[in-house]
Write a protein that binds this ligand. Structure first.
Ligand code: ATP
Length: 350
């Protein structure tokens, strides 16, 4: 009985999270997934109830779960609380507690929604790229680091262990998709890049069925704009991943469409890329697509059911092409859109 810890959070977080839960329950009825859900306080609401954003009850609930589904946290109400108990501090502590070293951000231009992309429709069509960013190492954490009157310095450093585990995540993810990995580095200038490339090649020996290519990060930035359709899984270090995942995330054209996953040594975390959008909270109009697609990622990466995830994604695509939410120019509110997804899901699976 897979246990899912729900952290609905603040603002539109609960609205989109429970929409995703309704869709998961509909999938459960059809595929017999036997999911169990339990909600925990996290973020601003936890500050109100417990005086801290990541209270013990939530820590315990997350460690005992098979997956965590997060909505969004924070908002103006909690902007002035002391730094050590800010909503975002809770998120950092959650990532640390579960050693979430791999951040997965798919950017998919859904059929019929090419016009939302800033790229020409013929380039945007069919784009479906998954950027995997190493999240806990590299120059953001390397020592020595510092600043004096005369200079500032940081250190880019990766160990075999760190590169091996992120490369494995990439190859495993590719096997559930189109079987191609592109590893991005700067091996022509940096030793750490040369080391990264050598190590990825070594891991590849265990994944001979998966295609592997390497790109330098500067060339990759160009390719992601001029021919993004040719990439499947892109894996890279922390700083390059920070930049390239943001670049890729604008390709689908709307914040409300972007899911994410963070995988690590303990319980994996799934959450929309968007924030708590306090301006539309409580109005019932939030687009739940990113949360529903995060639930689809949960099915693939936490429960190893890419087949059910695919059905869910097809149902979302169908609902988006029939009657999308207001942010995409449609008329559906959150509840109506969720019903459309569920009825498409029920149709696809019969
Ligand atoms: P954060 O700093 O928490 O990421 P933010 O204010 O930078 O927050 P969001 O909260 O993601 O960014 O919201 C930006 C705007 O995008 C919101 O004002 C909202 O109008 C819109 N938006 C974000 N998510 C959605 C959604 N799921 N459905 C509809 N509109 C959304």
């Amino acid at each position: 009985m897979p246990k899912i810890a729900l952290l609905p959070g603040d603002g539109i977080g609960p609205e989109v999270t429970y929409a995703a839960v309704d869709v998961l329950k509909a999938a459960d009825d059809i595929y017999g997934l036997k999911l169990e859900f339990e909600a925990f306080p996290f973020g601003g609401n936890a500050i109100d109830a417990h005086g801290e954003p990541f209270p013990d009850v939530t820590k315990k609930g997350c460690l005992g779960a098979d997956a965590i589904l997060l909505g969004a946290i924070g908002g103006p109400k909690w902007d002035n609380v002391p730094r050590n108990i800010r909503a975002e501090t809770g998120l950092l502590a959650l990532r640390k507690a579960h050693e979430l070293f791999a951040n997965l951000r798919p950017a998919k231009v859904l059929p019929g929604l090419e016009h939302l992309s800033p790229l020409k429709p013929e380039i945007a069509k069919g784009v479906d790229v998954l950027v995997i960013r190493e999240l806990t190492g590299g120059i953001y954490f390397g020592q020595p680091r510092g600043m004096s009157e005369a200079e500032g310095w940081n250190t880019e450093r990766y160990s075999t262990h760190e590169v091996v585990r992120i490369a494995r995540v990439a190859f495993e993810a590719a096997r559930k998709r189109r079987n191609k990995v592109c590893s991005v580095d700067k091996a022509n200038v940096l030793e750490v890049g040369e080391f990264w490339r050598k190590t990825v090649n070594e891991v590849h020996q265990d994944y001979a069925d998966v295609g592997l290519e390497h790109q330098y990060v500067d060339a990759m930035a160009m390719h992601l704009v001029t021919k993004p359709g040719r990439f499947d899984v892109v894996v890279t270090g922390n700083i390059f991943g920070d930049i390239l995942s943001d670049l890729a995330s604008v390709l689908p054209g709307s914040l409300g469409l972007l899911p994410s996953a963070s995988l690590g040594e303990k319980t994996p975390l799934f959450e929309p890329v968007h924030g708590s959008a306090p301006d539309i909270a409580g109005k019932g109009i939030a687009n739940p697509t990113a949360a529903i697609l995060s639930a689809a990622m949960l099915l693939t990466h936490a429960l190893n059911r890419p087949d059910v995830a695919k059905v869910l994604e097809d149902a979302v695509t169908h609902a988006l092409s029939t009657n999308p939410t207001g942010d995409l120019g449609g008329k559906a509110n959150t509840a109506e859109f969720t019903r459309q997804v569920i009825s498409a899901l029920q149709k696809v699976s019969t």
